[in-house]
Ligand binder design. Structure first.
Ligand code: ATP
Length: 785
């Protein structure tokens, strides 16, 4: 009855980004082995040229230790050289030794493998070609083309004759020159012309010194044009080397403007296109991870295996049977008969799916929620009637003994390992014990709420850990806002790898609320900048942009660069909204509305999911939400738009929605020591020189625009100043009460008082400090102005 299959963890741990690629250590080992092996081949081959005749008789007795060979690499050298040179390709077999050495170098320095493949492909072809070609001269030395070259040559001659074979080989050589070396008659012609021009230039430069005076007389009109031509193309040279002559002709015409524009467009496109193709051919695609190419992803060993001895979830048959009977009995008491019941055991909760007999109203079962909870004497019972997409009614009952979902198990799961997502987050496991992975890039922002102690911080750590296990430091950057000051401090260790900050700040993790405002505004600037780059690159989103950049189609000299994803994490949003209000809400809303296309994603957590914290505008822009246990139905509604979060059992039990259905999940558990180990592991590796810099944002001095102009002061300015000084309390509400003003006017006067130096700057929820002690000092100050 129960779906008691506990999935065994079969996934192999991932130690590097792709399981197919070698680790940097192994690459060095393989690289050095191949290089030295190639070198050995080379030495054996060279030695073979001098010793082959002497060694030939010993070849049949290579197994005999008594027999001596003269090759530098003894029996191995004589055997392998004989195989490749005499019996193989003759002298061109040297290519094999050289290619092996080059392969070693490529592995050792971790260079682009595509270029290596091309080396081998063309290297082998050239070797065969040469071998067949040298077959013509086999009569002078049997070593030249080897047995293969000789036989192939002989075969071709039988069918094509000497001339036919020669013509075929000539054609193949032309193929090589054109396809591989890209030598065309046009190119030869252009380079010839260039050399000619260079010679003319040199000649002219020398001649111009001595003939300066005579020039006007002696030079013909043709020569007059030429010095101009030489001056003109100079700035154009690097861009358009192959079409310079065309330009020259056009520039010397009467109306240069129109024609010049036409030509430049055409030339630029061609060059850029060729350039990107050539660059990709020469250097391979741009690799953003190159700067930290030896970076190692954290290993699975850093995470604790909580179920090591228990092995996944435990199924208590007795408990299942007992719960089933109670549910059936309770429903029977209310005359509800059940046609079928099925249980799905999850890590913390078991879902009993009921199909009631025909004719039973769903609302009737739903109204019995409390009665069923009572009869099962369990907290956290949730009734889903009906389960969306299924024709059943679900009753979720917490297990007596819940099992921890370890971060290790979700990270090791194939779902996460093979997730083809931009920003994969392994949140935990579903009720049917399946790993649940979502893409933050698709969400595109996440709102997280839950009463204190229900698992929010663990949830945030799980998300950050997922990203650390899947993304290279070049691909994602975090901005961490931690008003509680202690939750995210561990991530300080990876500042230079993964964090982003304002250029002039010391701490990358933001704990000060006033700094948050600057950072948010700076992020807005970054957003605008990125949109500008996307517009110039004519792409719609960051993914397309980065693909284009990797293909070397965007010129870094025009400000283009590889754009990492930016994830902003705010651990306690309520605190921010309370102290900074609109100043925080506005940029957050702006980012939430617009930032999805350019790779800035927000994750916002709060303890207090009340409507003044999660305002309508915030809610509208955060379709993806996570609710841990909250204390009231109202809170649950605020965060999820439906109840349910108040019935959770805490400790990482959560509901997740992406706009439609609610999904109950058990959040993966990652403890502080584990995070410590991961950050330590990353932090101890080579890093960038500094954290990723956000654009500079010079905030207005006191946050609001001040009416510094004395003449624009409010009529009640002086009176207000007296009220404030007498009460020694710098608050707008005091002015509202005493002077019977509206909030806006009182606020404006406070700003003017700040500009005049009567009160201090805005300090969040606290009243401003009054800087003037008594009326006498106030009078003195104002009269001096
Ligand atoms: N996924 C989980 N699995 C098991 N236990 C958990 C899980 N998440 C949290 N807990 C337990 O709950 C405790 C509190 O979690 P956490 O610190 O994340 O709460 P919080 O909501 O961030 O609280 P606060 O808002 O006060 O910081 C943890 O120390 C842990 O014992």
């Amino acid at each position: 009855m129960a779906k008691g299959k506990v999935k065994k963890k079969t996934a192999k741990p991932r130690f590097s980004k792709s399981s197919l690629t070698l680790s940097p250590k192994n690459k060095v080992l393989l690289g050095s082995f191949l290089f030295l092996f190639g070198l050995a081949l080379l030495m054996a081959f060279v030695s073979f040229l001098f010793t082959w005749q002497a060694d030939q008789s010993t070849l049949s007795q290579l197994g005999n230790r008594e027999v001596e060979t003269q090759n530098l690499l003894s029996k191995f050298g004589a055997g392998i050289s004989n195989f490749f040179i005499y019996e193989g390709f003759g002298l061109p077999a040297f290519a094999i030794a050289v290619l092996t050495m080059i392969t070693g170098i490529y592995f050792f320095f971790n260079l682009n493998k595509k270029a290596l493949q091309r080396f081998w492909f063309w290297g082998i072809l050239v070797m065969i070609w040469l071998s067949v070609f040298l077959g013509f001269f086999a009569s002078s030395s049997s070593l030249l083309g080897g047995t293969i070259g000789f036989e192939m040559n002989d075969y071709l001659q039988d069918y094509l004759g000497f001339t036919g074979t020669l013509l075929l080989l000539t054609f193949l050589m032309i193929v090589y020159l054109v396809v591989r070396l890209k030598i065309t008659p046009e190119k030869i012609f252009t380079s010839f012309r260039k050399t000619k021009n260079a010679v003319t230039d040199d000649f002219k430069a020398a001649a111009s010194v001595s003939e300066e005076i005579k020039r006007s007389k002696e030079e013909t009109s043709e020569e007059d044009e030429e010095p101009e031509l030489i001056k003109e193309p100079v700035p154009l040279k690097p861009e358009t080397p192959t079409v310079t002559p065309e330009k020259v002709i056009i520039r010397s015409e009467e109306n240069p403007d129109d024609v010049e524009m036409e030509v430049e467009t055409a030339v630029e496109e061609e060059v850029e296109d060729n350039l990107s193709k050539k660059l990709v051919e020469d250097y391979g695609e741009f690799d953003p991870t190159l700067e930290l190419k030896n970076y190692q992803f954290p290993t699975l060993e850093l995470l604790k295996d909580y179920n090591a001895n228990g092995g996944g979830i435990t199924i208590d048959q007795e408990e299942l049977e007992e719960n089933k009977n109670r549910i059936v009995d309770t429903l029977k008491n209310y005359k509800i008969d059940i046609a079928q019941i099925k249980a799905t055991v999850g890590p913390t909760v078991t879902l009993y799916e009921i199909i009631p007999e025909a004719g039973i109203r769903i609302s009737k079962i739903k109204s019995l929620e409390d009665d069923i909870a009572l009869s099962l004497s369990a907290l956290g019972i949730r009734i889903i009637a009906p389960i969306p997409g299924k024709g059943t009614i679900g009753i979720e009952v917490p297990n007596k003994k819940s099992s921890i979902v370890s971060m290790r198990s979700v990270i090791a799961s194939p779902k996460f390992q093979h997730a083809e997502m931009e920003l994969p987050m392994a949140l935990g496991k579903t009720i049917s014990n399946e790993t649940f992975v979502v893409d933050l890039a698709k969400m595109p922002h996440l709102l997280m709420a839950g009463a204190t102690g229900q698992g929010k911080s663990v949830g945030l750590n799980a998300i950050l850990t997922s990203l650390l296990y899947s993304k290279h430091p070049a691909e994602v950057k975090f901005i961490l806002v931690d008003p509680k000051k202690v939750e995210l401090t561990l991530f300080n260790k990876i500042e230079r790898h993964y964090l982003a900050k304002l250029p002039d700040t010391e701490e990358a993790i933001i704990t000060d609320n006033t700094k948050v405002i600057n950072t948010l505004n700076s992020l807005c600037i970054e957003m605008d900048n990125r949109y500008e780059l996307l517009k110039e690159a004519m792409v719609r989103n960051i993914k397309e942009y980065n693909t284009k950049f990797k293909a070397r189609k965007l010129n870094p000299e025009n400000g283009h660069k590889f754009l990492p994803y930016i994830v902003l994490v705010v651990d306690e949003f309520a605190d921010l909204i309370m102290t900074a209000g609109k100043e925080v809400e506005t940029p957050i809303a702006r980012l939430a509305q617009l930032a999805r296309a350019i790779g800035i994603h927000l994750i916002i957590a709060t303890q207090r999911p009340s409507v003044n914290v999660i305002t309508g505008i915030i809610k509208a822009n955060f379709p993806a939400r996570i609710a841990f246990r909250v204390t009231s139905k109202i809170d649950s509604r605020t965060i999820l738009d439906s109840q349910g979060a108040d019935q959770l059992i805490g400790k990482g039990d959560m509901l997740f929605t992406q706009g439609n259905t609610l999904l109950r999940l058990q959040c993966a558990f990652v403890d502080t020591p584990e995070v410590d180990k991961i950050t330590e592991f990353i932090g101890s590796q080579k890093a960038y020189p500094d954290a990723h810099h956000l654009p500079e944002y010079s905030g207005e001095e006191s946050g609001t625009g001040l009416d510094i102009d004395v003449s624009e002061r409010d009529k009640l300015f002086r009176e207000a100043a007296e009220v404030i000084v007498m009460a020694q309390q710098g608050s707008a509400s005091l002015l509202q009460r005493k002077l019977k003003l509206g909030y806006n006017r009182a606020g404006r006067i406070i700003d003017q008082l700040e500009a005049a130096g009567v009160v201090g700057p805005f300090e969040g929820s606290k009243a401003r400090q009054v800087l003037i002690q008594d009326l006498e000092s106030l009078n003195q100050l104002l009269n001096e102005e």
